[in-house]
Design a protein. Structure first.
Length: 277
C-alpha cells in the first residue's frame, strides 16, 4: 500500500445541491385560507396543533398568520375584512402585496374540510426545519476549539430535547374526560386501583402506584433505599403479595449499581447472603 496515499487527509465533503428548507406553500395557503373562511374554528385547531407564525416558511404567510393570531387572542372577529384592516393599521398591507394577496389565498381555498390535513403538513415541515437548524448549530459548535467534546454533546442533546419538549398531542374533550372520571370514581370504592407494591401499609398510604404519578423514595445513604426498591420490583414482577398472580413487567435503571449487582441483591432475598459471599 502506498504510505503517502494512506496518510492523505480526505477532502471535506461539500454538497453540490442547493437545498431549499422543507416547506409547502400550498399547505400554508390552505391553512390561511381556511382560517379566513372560518376564523374561530380553524384558528382554534391551529392553536391546538401549536402552530405559530414561525411555523410558516414564506414571510408573507408568516405576517398574515401573526395578524390572525393577534385578532383571535383579542377575541375579535376573524375574517378577510378584519385581517385587512389590522394589516393596514400596522402598515404591513403594502408589504405583503396589497389586498389582492388575501383574496388570492381565499380563492385558492374552496373549502375548510381539509384544514387539519394542511396544518399537519405545515407543522411537520416546521419540525423538519427545526431539526436542520439544530444539526447546523451542532456542526458549528463542533468547530469551536474552546468547547470540549462533552460540552458540545450536552448542548446538542439539549437543543434536540427542546424541540421535543415543544411538541404535544391533540387536546382532549372535556365532556369525555368527565365521563372517564366518573368511571374512575365508580371503581375506586371497589378496591385499590393502583399497582400494589406488596407492602400493605405502603399501599394503603399511596393507594397503590398509579399512572402519571411519580413516587420518590428518599433516605440517608446506606438506609436500604435500593433494597426496598428491588423488593417492590420483585413483588410487582413476580406478582407476589401484589395482588397480581401473573406479575407485571418492570424496568430498572440505576446510575450507581451494575445489572449484576442488582440481580445479586434480589437473589439474596431468597438465599443466605453470607454463604453467597
Amino acid at each position: 500500500m502506498d504510505i503517502k496515499s494512506k496518510n492523505t487527509v480526505p477532502k471535506p465533503y461539500t454538497s453540490t445541491v442547493d437545498r431549499v428548507s422543507p416547506h409547502s406553500a400550498e399547505a400554508e395557503i390552505g391553512v390561511l385560507g381556511a382560517t379566513l373562511l372560518d376564523g374561530g374554528t380553524v384558528m382554534g385547531l391551529c392553536i391546538e396543533r401549536q402552530l405559530s407564525e414561525e411555523s410558516f416558511y414564506i414571510p408573507v404567510h408568516r405576517m398574515v398568520f401573526e395578524v390572525m393570531l393577534e385578532l383571535y387572542n383579542a377575541s375579535r372577529p376573524l375574517d378577510i375584512l378584519t385581517v385587512l384592516d389590522r394589516l393596514k393599521a400596522k402598515g404591513d398591507l403594502e408589504q405583503i402585496g396589497g389586498p389582492t394577496v388575501l383574496h388570492r389565498i381565499v380563492d385558492a381555498t374552496p373549502t375548510t374540510a381539509h384544514a387539519e390535513y394542511y396544518m399537519d403538513i405545515v407543522r411537520d415541515n416546521h419540525l423538519r426545519r427545526q431539526v436542520i437548524e439544530a444539526a447546523r448549530a451542532a456542526e458549528r459548535l463542533s468547530h469551536d476549539p474552546v468547547l470540549t467534546g462533552q460540552e458540545i454533546l450536552g448542548q446538542t442533546e439539549q437543543s434536540f430535547f427542546d424541540i421535543t419538549a415543544n411538541q404535544h398531542g391533540k387536546g382532549q374533550d372535556w365532556n369525555q374526560l368527565l365521563i372517564e372520571m366518573g368511571g374512575v370514581l365508580d371503581n375506586e370504592h371497589k378496591g385499590m386501583q393502583g399497582l400494589q407494591t406488596g407492602f400493605r401499609d405502603l399501599d394503603q398510604q399511596l393507594e397503590g402506584l398509579k399512572p402519571c404519578n411519580m413516587v420518590v423514595l428518599a433516605a440517608r445513604p446506606s438506609m436500604g433505599k435500593t433494597s426496598l426498591a428491588m423488593n417492590i420490583v420483585e413483588n410487582i414482577a413476580l406478582g407476589h403479595r401484589a395482588g397480581d398472580a401473573d406479575g407485571r413487567p418492570v424496568g430498572v435503571f440505576s446510575l450507581e449499581m451494575s445489572a449484576m449487582d442488582l440481580v445479586k441483591r434480589m437473589v439474596c432475598c431468597h438465599a443466605d447472603s453470607h454463604k453467597m459471599r
